[in-house]
Design a protein around this ligand. Sequence first.
Ligand code: PEP
Length: 256
Amino acid sequence: MRARLLIGNWKMNKTASEAVLFVEQLSRLLGDFSGIHVGLAPPFTALHAVRTTLGRESALLLGAQDLHWEDKGAYTGEISGPMLKDLGCRFVLIGHSERRHLFGESDAATNKKVAAAVRHGLQPVLCIGERLEEREGNLTDSVIERQLKAGLAGLAPEAIRGVAIAYEPVWAIGTGRAATPEQAVEVHLKTRSILNELVEPGCGQRIPILYGGSVTPQNLSSFLASSEVDGALVGGACLDPSSFGTLIHITKTPAG
Ligand code: PEP
């Protein structure tokens, strides 16, 4: 059985001081959330403050929104795997649609980033998803397949077994227009079958696949109703501690 996973992505929101307030408020709201995994990806500048406020033993997993594929060197403005690891990060988002489409991140770059994350013991959360015109042109499956194959190229099966995938249709991110649970399930099934073919039989059933795109406390349970959806990657609705707390509570609630 795959444990459910909920990840909040703050994007370029919250100063370190605001992040501390958020974590303090969230900690007051949180009960026990054993049985599920919850991650938070603040901006780089707030990672240290969040880690210090949470404490190293916290069950809330700290993650980053991106990383560079090199370990160190002349890469002005970039952040490496060892730097994230040293701050207590456990996972890193890779290939978020905003990285791909606003900053021109290529499939080849996502591949080097996934490899760097694996090398440094950070769980890669590889984000994949089609644009609206690709969905309308019946290209969703081929886009997903291309992003998966390119993003995971050259990785050993043991490494791929530790990856999580986030299916985030680009047209659903930050638009208030979530995919339907049926659309999400269809892509999750396709993703699992590509992984089975690409890596080894059964691989697709072992890897957690999250849905992301305008997830809210109002619609999360409709996605979690299917056992094909292992959780969610959430942007806007994770910025408020009480909304994120509600999402955690819903993720903890068994389907049905
Ligand atoms: C995201 O940033 O990954 C995301 C899904 O954003 P939102 O929940 O705001 O659509």
